[in-house]
Design a protein. Structure first.
Lengths: 244, 244
DNA sequence: GAGTGGTCTAGACCACGTG
DNA sequence: ACGTGGTCTAGACCACTCC
């Protein structure tokens, strides 16, 4: 039986997508061409085809399903876990949810020329500097060491930030009341410096994956910049691309 | 004036998207809230709102525009070039279009246990092994060194492969007549081995960005696997995520 | 030929940002 | 108050896959 959970203020396609996601996670569909047809889902949820297709579009962009004209929709379960897929904001937050981030507030700083070029911010702009370590579980081995720069306009919200499994960006969004806009991300391979080596328990000059993220609110203002270093032999960044 | 280029067999939203892309590239719109409204574009191109929205959705996923309810659609020109954005197959092919790939056919091989685990293929499966160098221009400095494994079922199409700016996957798709399905990609930081060091003119153990791509056709069969090594100080992998 | 997902129309109402 | 993009309906035709 299909539970028609009527959440408030949430689009119907999101409810349909959540329901299908849960069903897939519960193993209600096996390998092969298992998912019901669009028209079947329309009847089942009592929505139009537009709504069903929007829900399926989300699942496809998450890599959960694969669709083919003439063949149908199949569950795509290659390499289940152990990866860090990332194709929309929800998946980014999911990554954060599986790990723990602890940080210290280092104080205010002004963006220098070289740093500004690397990070994509304006030289001379003012930020609050934080530094932290991400682990897979509390007290566990370090996964990444991170520098975080938060827009000085939001400095008042920094004392309220909590370590844990929710991203700083999420917390800032809720606390300061802005909408999530867009995240830009650069990935490089660099050699570990003394700081990364010590924090990640690797040797100096060992390869590390550096991920620079620039978070913007809906109006395009840069809210936060983070620079993470991941040990090369412990972390792979995984993503997928669908044709369409 | 709006040229209503009536291409054959191409969806209307793709034509609208191509026209807007060209207009943006030509600088017809500046900074700020420049792009015409959805209803304006409907009138201009003589299509429904569905078609216009699908076109704008593509441009948004490419990072060209940013949309906001109440505000409108603006051109997003942060960090114009110099990056390698990658959010769908078209952008992947665009990356290839800006560079040149030369390769040698090394012959048939069987996937070993360790390699199979790294690459996500079945141990004991049979492949054709190719090796190549990617440069930004013919005769230019190397950007990446790549190992390519092509499904043995497609061995007959390998002699027809041409070096140049079209990806091997594209050529195989056209030659063997299959549809592009899905591409999975893992990104790691590793230390350069002797082969990467020699090919990229860097020192041994220097950090390199390793990108493993698994290409599948529409039916899910693995068609090609590629393993690329990029010099860490010359290459950044850039992507963006839109909220929605 | 039957059924699938892909494209497309012509409407509608709503949440949101800006005057 | 108004216009924007976001959601949604009820239809339609088509390209493609499979039997």
């Amino acid at each position: 039986m299909v539970t028609a959970k009527a959440r408030t203020n949430e689009p119907r396609y999101a409810q349909v997508a959540a329901d299908l996601r849960a069903a897939i996670a519960a193993g209600d569909f096996g390998e092969g061409a298992q998912l019901p047809t669009e028209s079947t889902l329309c009847d089942r949820y009592g929505v139009s085809r537009f709504t069903v297709r929007e829900a399926l579009r989300r699942l496809q962009s998450e890599g959960l399903i694969r669709r083919r004209r003439g063949s149908g929709t199949v569950v795509d379960t290659i390499g289940q876990v152990l990866r860090q897929p990332l194709s929309d904001v929800a998946e980014l937050l999911q990554y954060a949810a599986g790990s723990v981030f602890n940080f210290d507030v280092l104080g205010p700083m002004v963006m220098g020329e070289a740093q500004a070029a690397l990070l994509g911010a304006a030289p001379g702009s003012r930020w609050a500097h934080l530094s932290g370590i991400r682990t897979l579980s509390p007290g566990g081995p370090p996964v990444a060491v991170t520098d975080v720069y938060i827009n000085a306009d939001l400095a008042g919200h920094i004392p309220a930030l909590q370590p844990g499994s929710q991203t700083l960006f999420e917390q800032l969004s809720a606390s300061a009341g802005f909408q999530i806009g867009r995240i830009d991300q650069d990935i490089r391979a660099i050699a570990a410096g003394s700081r990364e080596a010590a924090a990640l328990a690797i040797s100096r000059r060992a390869p590390v994956l550096q991920i620079v993220r620039v978070y913007r609110d809906a109006s395009g203002r840069i809210v936060e910049i983070s620079v993470s270093a991941h040990a090369g032999d412990r972390f792979a960044y995984s993503m997928h691309i669908d044709h369409g």
